[in-house]
Design a protein around this ligand. Sequence first.
Ligand code: KG4
Ligand code: ZN
Length: 334
Amino acid sequence: MPIILAIESSCDDTSAAVLRDDRILSNVIASQQIHQQYGGVVPELASRAHQQNIVPVVDAAIANAGIGRKDIDAVAFTRGPGLLGSLLVGVSFAKGFAQGLGIPLIEVNHLQAHVLSHFIKESDDSRTPQFPFVCLLVSGGHTQILLLRSHFDIEVLGETIDDAAGEAIDKAAKIMDLGYPGGPIIDRMAREGNADAFHFATPSIAGYNYSFSGIKTSFLYFLRDRLAENPSFIELHKADLCASIQKCIVEFLLKKLERAVLSSGARQVAIAGGVSANSYLRQRLEEMGRRRHWETFIPKFQFCTDNAAMVGIAGYFKYLRGEFADISLPPYAR
Ligand code: KG4
Ligand code: ZN
């Protein structure tokens, strides 16, 4: 029954979690507000904020778990991909902490952690997927369709050839001057809008791959032309614009996902990553599941965006395999 302390610091969330086996005991996340005024994550400010947050966040995770430092059996940390300066803070902290206690380190890949978040147990009857299942991983940095045959046998069926879906949503929000990060704002505003008010074309890309840079550009040009006719166009149609661009991106994501699941023969489908918090995506995936008689797995909101609990569950499965990291291991950005 290992107790694992997990650390996540790959982007702009400082997070620590404690798990006993696959069971979550605590999950503390400090989000960095500083980036909002810049309209995106500023790497230098992110690593500085991680330095300020890491000790209180880890202390809170240990206290909330109701354990002491000496109870911890291993430290799992996100090694990459992410922002190098941000990763360094978590990696250095994890090494120091593990060395101080004389316990092993476990390195975790951030993307694998997002996908394995479905195995975090909050209670004895937490529902988890059965292998094989397909997972759509959609975040601010990644968009991939993955086939999982086991926790560590993961095949990439398709992925974006340029921007990530979350990046496209954030850029659409930026074009409309809605704030950062745009995903949650568009999600909220879209609820008041008509998703069929405007149509944006999606590119035809081979196989199960995606491309989002064209959608972003067509959204930009569409608005530029409308604004030339009426400078208040965005203000007047904000909700409809949010609903329409969200629908365009989500339908594109699901169209490919559905085909990929069909070809894989899997009967279970999951979503993970920050964009999986999107209410329209969640609703449309559930509809697809009902229509196809597939079982769907939609993470709780706290496990969608970056969090250490997902690092802890990935670390737990590596612990079981005896896969420990060397103290000299550097982080990797890509
Ligand atoms: O997984 P994540 O926290 O960080 C990365 O690993 O990238 O994902 C962040 C992304 C951002 O693009 C953000 O706008 C998007 O997830 N996001 C959303 C929602 N909540 C977060 N996108 C759409 N709807 C949401 N409700
Ligand atoms: Zn992430």
